[in-house]
Design a protein around this ligand. Sequence first.
Ligand code: 3H9
Length: 689
Amino acid sequence: MSDFLKVSRDGDVAIVIIDNPPVNALSLHVREPLKQALVELRDDPLVAAIVITCAGRTFVAGADITEFGKPVQQPELRAIIATLETIAKPTVAAIHGTALGGGLELALGCHFRVADASARLGLPEVKLGLLPGGGGTVRLPRLVGALKALKMIVSGAPIGAEEAHTTGLVDALFEGDLTTHAVNFAREIARKGGPFTPVRDRDDELKGTNLAAFDAEAADLAKKARGLEAPVACAQAVRNAVTLHFDEALAVERALFVKLVASDQSRAQRHLFFAEREAAKSPGKDPVKRRIARVGVIGAGTMGGGIAMAFANGGYPVTLLETGHEALQRGLATIDKNYAVSVTRGSLTEDAKRQRLAQFTGSTDYADLADCDLIVEAVFEDMAVKKEVFGKLDAVAKPGAILATNTSYLDINEIAASTSRPQDVLGLHFFSPANVMKLLEIVRAEKTAPDALASVVDLARRIGKVAVVVGVCHGFVGNRMLAARGSESEALLLEGATPRQIDQAFTDFGWPMGPFQMGDLAGLDIGWRNRKARGQTAVIADTLCEQGRFGQKTGRGYYLYEAARTPVPDPQVEALIRDKAAEQGIAPRAIEAEEIIERTLYPLVNEGAKILEEGIAVRASDIDVVWVNGYGFPVGKGGPMFWAGLEGADKIIERLEYWHHRTGKDVFNVAPLLRRMAETGSWEGAAAA
Ligand code: 3H9
């Protein structure tokens, strides 16, 4: 019928097969033949039942996201679902892989849904700053109840086929040839006879809805949304499914969708969706990858242990090396404890815990790393120590093994040059806790071989990381920009702002926490040690550390932590800041949130432009991926480089120039690429100009 849609027959059952690789998105070229096929099959007296299925690895994974932001072309998904609901004979969606977003909404337009036992179903639109716009908010509650629908739609997290079956979303589960099972299911249903009730007319599940409980849950979720509009709209739409007539609720859903799809937040989140996928692609021709079957990790401290867990969680056997038996046992015990916590929380089964622990082999002998295909060192951040480790690795690692350093700042070219195989050396900069944090900066050194790089990019995806390839410089992309963001924080304190005020400006912007809360969480002693090693000072942070105020771990930092992790402003710290300001002859003045943002986030963008110009990052969107996944930059603003476009490059330049003129500081020295961005309107244009 079309390249993207086929219809076949198995006796009196018609099988509609959507074939739009890679994920069977509902692009216009699918919607057109699909609507036509449904009309024809509806009117064909020889057809007793209709099965909708997909070719390839998955059922429909949603609307075609690349079409958003362009004029809507008919037929829309809603019209297709409306057509489905005019069909009196039984319609069955046969789901394998993932039924997501518009894909699940299409399935909800059918009378029945059957699924492969390994399938996953969900409405992830919220992650794109949207709500389900094909009737999902109105139909899903009719099958699973309003509260369950609320949780699914606001979280965007898919559920497994088994849970979908238990909750009533799926009518039957099958293993083996799904189409055959679905056809038999449809034929049997047709034989028994109708009438068959479309989901829109089934409201049994809605009748007992406890609206007070619903509203309490929705309020809780709204609080966690931190300024994002989509989760709030999702909750409102699901509530409408309970309180309004179906058609009214559907109309409101549509209106909300139209508003959200045009919003900056959704544009930002869609940008990130594609940016993450783009970042994982190796530039140039895809080389043949090296086989990575076993991983070695050197150092069983917090970082090394977390890295080892990340690999074990991804199914890789890990040799964990420490210098002494005691440190090794301590590291292994911590790993055991971390998994036990996951079991207690219900995110891991006892069985899975056993399987993961079985992936670890502890050792204190470098010779035991000889069978590892990738070895990651996570030892003390010191060039001499790293070189010693790489010297030992050079002696024992097998030919072609990839040797990685987890350094956050050090020059990987220098580390590589200290070995006889610089082509096998690269950086794997994990973020703490490494088993949880999604971001992985993959650092290509000058001599890193393309196949070594491509192999770890591929591996990163396999262990569920969001990988970004970056070049060598002090702090790479993330920490270098963090330094630019942080450079004015102290100055702002000395000039009159309080830690609370600065942190508040950040959380109002959408960050999960501000720089001082973050510093207290990470431990102020780390930066202190770094500064001392580089001969730098930060008068307030250094004084806090000299007083033993390292942050949460000592119960005191920029804030006091009396009750657990809640930061309480400390008058002593504020007095200390005023004293230090007085010593420097700085008279305190009132500082507005706008100035805080200008002096911290504009330098962040500026540094990003410098990084891009130097080729340390390949694309502006890679920088966004780093900042959203590693540093908590608000997703609704799309990362610093995307946000620069929203904020206006002209405005940023004007304010950077102002502050540069006033302070002479290099962080305000406008990057030439940022100027070209202002002229061309995009980072791509700026790079090409
Ligand atoms: C929606 O449905 C709105 C409706 O409610 C209302 C409409 C009115 N469109 O992730 P992968 C591309 S909103 C276009 O690497 P995986 C992706 O960019 C949608 N393209 O594969 C990549 O391209 P490339 C709700 C899409 O196996 C390639 O496919 N649905 C779409 O790791 C492979 O993707 C979602 O949000 C799309 N919908 O994971 C689901 N999806 O090769 C979004 C993927 O050029 N998709 N692409 O880089 C996913 O979550 C994952 O892709 C999936 C597969 C789990 C399906």
